[in-house]
Design a protein around this ligand. Sequence first.
Ligand SMILES: [Zn+2]
Length: 336
Amino acid sequence: MSPPKSWLWNPDLPGVELHTHLEGSVTCDRLLALSEKYGQTALAAECLNDKGTEYVFDGFFGFLDLFRKVTLLLKTPADFHQVALDLGRTLHDDGVGYAEISLSYGVMLKRNLDPLAIQQALYEASCQVLETHGVKMRWLPDAVRQWGLDKAWFALEAALRTGPELGVVGFGLGGDEVAGSVSLFAPLFAEVRAEGLGISIHAGENPASGQAAADSVRQAVDECGADRIGHGLGAVSDPMVMAMLNARQVFMELCPGSNLMTGALTQYSDHPLQQFLAADIPCGLNPDDRSLFGVNRKQELIRARKELHLTEEQETKMIQWAQRASFDPEMRAAAE
Ligand SMILES: [Zn+2]
């Protein structure tokens, strides 16, 4: 497929999403269709409510298990292509003009899927989405923290094979933060940086971990060179970490709706969005796993205005920050 036409920032689609997972965007209908295609309807039934209209899970580890089950039904490049088309349409309907979408190369490799063939399918889907909906999609392969450094190297090698020509603009780390220090991955992220890819790391997701959550954010930035942090809730408990985030202008990919759903927050209104804004730390709102959590950009904005006192001026600033924090040169140029 030919490269996408030159993309221009469209003010009618003002949303910029930098933290959204492809696997977490599989709609309930798509999951049911995939489960029928593969004769695994029992698996879909474990993921959904009785009506098949909502995902169900209990707490963070329940969520990780749900995420794992959903990935079991993504088997071929055509499956990923279809999910990406679904997501492109959803992004458009949700007012999002640009999105960087994470996808777990770590999981693909574990399941003996070929990231190159899948990335080609995703790139073709993103060309179609750009043509049809005017939404630009770029890709962030990631590794799974709890599977360790050796496996992460294989995921990075695959990401370097797919590369910018197939829309890959960065590399990330997700999974279970408690399973191991991000410091272990410092050599890997040095290579990511040397290869010219952006770095986004999930860190400080569970504030109940106390100082460990703050340390996790510090290590991700200080030792792994993270340009962006996914979640980062733990940072606010440590003024030194907040000062570092401000000094380096690290972008925080905030996901309050997700944090509420996984139990990282007990109340939406506990989210420290205003603390990041007051500290002049770049940040934006993101859905994380929009279908699994049943969240979207428009609902998140309404709730943040109401419960986190987000102002129109702050919203505008967050969009500008997100544009500048993108790993895509064309998106960054649009921010100038
Ligand atoms: Zn995430």
